[in-house]
Design a protein around this ligand. Sequence first.
Ligand code: COA
Length: 178
Amino acid sequence: MLAQRKGVDKMKEFENKTESIDPIEQISAMISGWTKDSGTMLPKSTEEIKQYISNGNSLFVKNGHGEIAGFAAITFDWPDGWKELGAVIVDPEKRENGFGHKVVKNLINMAVTNFPDSKFFALCNNKSLKLFLDNGAEIIKDPNLLPPEVFGECVNCPHFQEAKSQGKVCCDTPVTIK
Ligand SMILES: CC(C)(COP(=O)(O)OP(=O)(O)OC[C@H]1O[C@@H](n2cnc3c(N)ncnc32)[C@H](O)[C@@H]1OP(=O)(O)O)[C@@H](O)C(=O)NCCC(=O)NCCS
């Protein structure tokens, strides 16, 4: 009887553990792992990704097998009605298949639909610039157009020291959505 009781308790413990695996937690950990390993973008923590997902300010694209292929988000609210688009990442094993273009296209559509009164920009590296330009974005020629606070984030960039040594504020190219 005691052995049976112990078996039931063990099973309950297992079920509770299974229920407690939060899919958002898992997805966030996976995406923060991709961003950490990319070496070409601001790494995003599991907490940050979880927040983008639960705020409804992010999206995924999936491949034909229903696996998550890419992710992007509205990452920051800045003064003067500006919102930043970013955290654009495609699973390293699924790149060069159009998912980057798709995730950026869907992100822009989501942003302008959900926030019609906002202005949007992204800081692009040499890989993501084409994704935004192909989806109608334009290069911001005068970075003073953006609130100066935007460039405060650059201290977290993996290329900050390199850019600083070249006398640049930011090594990325700012683009705005028309
Ligand atoms: C940047 C990044 C998101 C691009 O993702 P991707 O899925 O490889 O992007 P795409 O496949 O849409 O486009 C890349 C190339 O694939 C090719 N491609 C293949 N199939 C395609 C399709 N069906 N549609 C469009 N392009 C396709 C294109 O030729 C494209 O090259 P081109 O635009 O120079 O012609 C990805 O490299 C990444 O996650 N990098 C690390 C993180 C990073 O740097 N993020 C940007 C932060 S600013």
